[in-house]
Design a protein around this ligand. Structure first.
Ligand SMILES: C[S@@+](CC[C@H](N)C(=O)[O-])C[C@H]1O[C@@H](n2cnc3c(N)ncnc32)[C@H](O)[C@@H]1O
Length: 221
């Protein structure tokens, strides 16, 4: 099973820079970004992540969460399938090659050696682009190696957002490009990867599909 090429964007630095400058510039998206930063901080704390810990940020994008990870004193391994995004990530203030590591990598393949020792993982806004269960379980297994605790987002289908996206796509005569996952399916995929859900928080309960979870090894007490 292959990931669709349309879900692997940012082939060049120009498209990455345009995305970085525009994606969260509107008022509603600025609000979403602020709320995501709050939830990320809360779940990193629940994950027990503290200064000096090594965390995987994948997919890292241009580094939207790097200031937060840095503010918590983390040592970051940032990876993305887009080389352009990895190079933008390195431009973040405070990125330090002696402590941090950024490299092109695919979550559906083995992790680069420099990331393998990380005890924490942070995976934001990827799962809505993985349209098949098999791909999501592979991604979960990549993140779960080394008994990592994982902060991750996915889109849950049980809300109004599911229907607004469908109506919007129908009006535009397009296919829905975002995969919203039934809760029971996501829970089964988490279990298949040897993980359990410790905490779940909705971005905007009942209205927005984005769901934040803290995952841990299934046998952790
Ligand atoms: C919506 S962005 C999210 C980036 C960042 N986590 C954030 O929230 O700002 C999705 C990213 O996933 C990356 N991506 C897509 N498929 C991937 C894969 N198989 N392995 C690693 N990165 C992937 C894309 O290149 C893109 O940068």
């Amino acid at each position: 099973m292959q990931q669709s090429e349309s879900t692997k964007p940012f082939r060049n630095e120009r498209s990455g820079r345009t995305y970085r400058n525009k994606r969260y510039s509107g008022w509603s998206q600025r609000w979403v970004d602020r709320r995501e930063q709050v939830l990320a901080a809360r779940l990193l704390d629940e994950q027990g992540t503290g200064s000096g810990d090594h965390v995987i940020d994948m997919p890292c994008g241009y580094g939207r969460f790097f200031p937060l990870l840095r503010s918590k004193g983390l040592h970051v391994s940032a990876m993305d399938q887009s080389a352009a995004m990895v190079s933008l990530y390195r431009e973040n203030t405070g990125f330090d090659d002696a402590r941090d590591h950024a490299e092109r990598a695919d979550i559906l393949e083995a992790l680069p050696a420099k990331a393998a020792s990380a005890g924490r993982a942070f995976c934001i806004r990827l799962f809505q682009h993985l349209h098949h269960s098999e791909l999501r379980v592979t991604a979960l297994r990549t993140l779960a190696g080394n008994r990592r605790r994982i902060v991750l987002t996915y889109y849950d289908d049980g809300c109004l957002h599911y229907w607004t996206k469908r109506v919007e796509a129908w009006l535009k005569g397009q296919k829905v490009r975002i995969k919203m996952i039934p809760r029971a399916d996501f829970e089964a995929e988490v279990a298949q990867a040897g993980l359990k859900i410790v905490k779940r928080i909705m971005l905007l309960p009942g209205i927005h599909a984005q769901t934040w979870v803290l995952l841990a090894p299934a046998d952790e007490h």
